[in-house]
Design a protein around this ligand. Structure first.
Ligand SMILES: Nc1nc2c(ncn2[C@@H]2O[C@H](COP(=O)(O)OP(=O)(O)O)[C@@H](O)[C@H]2O)c(=O)[nH]1
Ligand SMILES: [Mg+2]
Length: 362
């Protein structure tokens, strides 16, 4: 899973990035040199801790997400350095989901490019910058195709279909509507749109960055979360400070700040929900590991996540639910109770399934 963190200058992108990846990138730099930082966010899951206790594995591997902190991509003023922006936009087109950081904290020390704090305005402004980027790219492709289809080339039929599809998307964008509103009429249209990697098709996890005094229940954080379904509100600066403490001191600090859960698991949950992604687990004395798939994926797709050979030689999957394992006490008791299931290729893997793939890998 690849996540791209975007938002206004000084909205708290790097603070959040540091908080969830444990990085120590400088924050509060107004140079705004366009660029990209990359680090891995481990996805904490209490179920994984429990499994670690049960299996005492040699290796313990949480699910992870690649996080990219985009600097200078969103200007907040509609403009921006065109060339580098193009390259950065290309990188953003490759992410699975956008983490959209929105400033909601007041601070006289941190200037705002629009000189006032207004989260809903900024949310809209950033979305329109994405829309303009899609509009520009789609327009230039459409113009190119319009010329190309007049020539008798080998790809003429395909080009015509692509043109017809993109013209429909372009009409939406020109009305100021995101490309996600486009409903493909057939598989071809769906593929053309997918290949284009429209930014306004991408799923977003919205993160409101509130001040430390806004964290209490019923305060600004709660209010903003209610305004945008699926969003989370947190204080990125505090989260970053906590992430930089020694692990054994974090719990106490979180409690003192009235934070029920740190940023990483919350952001991961929001991103999983946006992408309709779910975790499944593999267990054993060698390794306990969490994997990420899409909801609705089958056992053979899950096998493919682990290794392509396991998908190719798939025979069957031994499956039980995490909850059943905990209820039974251990794997032996679970098996004795007949709760271990044998499933075929078409079985749809559930959130929290523990899966063992039987495959012919010779
Ligand atoms: N008061 C306050 N300041 C914050 C908060 N989050 C970030 N900042 C400050 O805002 C400035 C910009 O933060 P940074 O993470 O670098 O933002 P970026 O430009 O979006 O990457 C820094 O000086 C941060 O310390 C917050 O929740 N409260
Ligand atoms: Mg930054």
């Amino acid at each position: 899973m690849k996540l791209g963190i975007i938002g206004f200058p000084a909205s708290g992108k790097t603070s959040l990035f540091n908080a969830v990846t444990g990085s120590t990138q400088p924050v509060g730099q107004y140079s705004n040199t366009p660029g990209l930082q990359l680090a891995v966010m481990k996805v904490p899951d209490p179920r994984m801790e429990k499994l670690r206790g049960m299996y005492d594995p040699k290796k313990f591997t949480l699910a992870s997400a690649d996080c990219q902190d985009f600097t200078g991509l969103i200007s907040g003023t509609g403009g921006g350095g065109k060339e580098i922006k193009g390259e950065l936009l290309g990188k953003l087109r490759e992410v699975d989901a956008i983490v959209h950081v929105v400033r909601a904290f007041e601070s006289s020390e941190v200037p705002h490019v629009l000189e006032s704090v207004d989260p809903m305005r900024d949310l809209g402004e950033t979305d329109s910058e994405l829309l303009f980027a899609d509009l520009a790219q789609c327009t230039s492709r459409v113009e190119k195709l319009r010329v190309q289809v007049t020539k008798p080339t080998k790809t003429q039929d395909r080009d015509k279909k692509e043109l017809a599809t993109l013209e429909k998307v372009l009409a939406l964008l020109e009305e100021g509507k995101p490309a996600r509103g486009f409903e493909p009429a057939n598989e071809d249209e769906a593929q053309f749109v997918a290949a284009f990697q429209f930014l306004t098709v991408k799923k977003q996890a919205v993160v409101f960055n509130v001040g430390e005094s806004d964290l209490g229940a019923g305060g600004r954080a709660t209010e903003l979360e209610a305004k945008v379904p699926g969003s989370i509100a947190l204080c990125a600066r505090v989260e970053m400070e906590i992430a930089q403490l020694p692990p054994e001191e974090r719990r106490e600090f979180l409690e003192a700040m009235g934070i029920a859960e740190p940023a990483a698991p919350r952001l991961a949950r929001a991103a999983y929900a946006a992408l309709d992604a779910i975790p499944f687990f593999t267990v054993g004395p060698d390794e306990v590991r969490a994997w990420t798939i899409h909801r609705g994926d089958t056992a053979v797709a899950a096998a493919g996540r682990i290794h392509t050979d396991l998908a190719k030689g798939f025979i069957r999957a031994e499956v039980f639910a995490y909850d059943e394992l905990v209820a039974a006490g251990d794997e032996k008791a679970l098996k004795a109770a007949g709760k271990m299931r044998l499933e075929g290729k078409e079985y749809v893997v559930k959130d929290g399934d523990i899966v063992h793939i039987r495959a012919n890998t010779r």
